[in-house]
Design a protein around this ligand. Sequence first.
Ligand code: SG4
Ligand code: ZN
Length: 262
Amino acid sequence: ETFSYDESDPYGPQNWGRLSEHCDGSQQSPISLYSNDSLEIYRRPLRIQHLDTIPNSLTFRNNGHSFTITFNYPGSRVAAVSGGPLKNSYVISQVHWHWGMNDYDGSEHILDFRRYSAEAHIVTYNSKYGSLTNAMNQPKGLAVLGFLYEIDNSYGASDIPFGFLVENVIESGSSYVENSHLFSLRHIIQSMEFDYLSYKGSLTTPNCFETVTWIVSTKPLKISSHDLAQLRRIKDEKGKPILMNYRPIQRTNYRDVDKYCS
Ligand code: SG4
Ligand code: ZN
């Protein structure tokens, strides 16, 4: 059986614990974040190595739950993140998005009482584990960079042309490899000058492993209603469009959330 986001489904979010006990753990994600409530404030920017390396190829995939782009970097020049809260170098593996039924919900994290229109997750793994699969269930195995989106319908404001990107992966399980470069991480990480909040949490889908250092930018990106609507075209295993794919807010359980300024 596979999970769903439908509260009335036997494998909906409140029952993900049936699929993996980790989903009932005490350090789950997403949570509500507050940009001015942090105990610790650090002046330690993230560093991203080889951000402008052109991947050998990009793999676009619809896994039935989200739209994912996996980066295949030339071996010696993988894009990697370090600094900030990270004690090691984390290799950038893929990016995917979460969205909602309408323009005013869709993000997984809530920032200052506000749910944003969508959220991009750049998934990275600790280089000492060699691969995403190996790192996923290991201590400090993953770091996920989260970027929130707000609606901006003014001409040219939207950062990503989702229409082109999703075109060939509308059906669940479909994927295709692209060698030209119509998408780059620069669309999301526009500059290293962003403030962010960081806390210890989990993957937001089963198996919900509690191995993720979350790094959530407090500066929202822009998306147009039209581009956002393109994400709702992709279909789940039942052939129905995925209208929303964000997990409900989890208990913070007194975890620390630290603030980082660049
Ligand atoms: C989405 O379903 C992605 O498509 C998954 O990516 C991802 O799993 C999952 O979300 C959970 O990631 O940043 N939201 S999250 O916590 O990255 C992983 C793939 O399946 C392991 C490749
Ligand atoms: Zn995600």
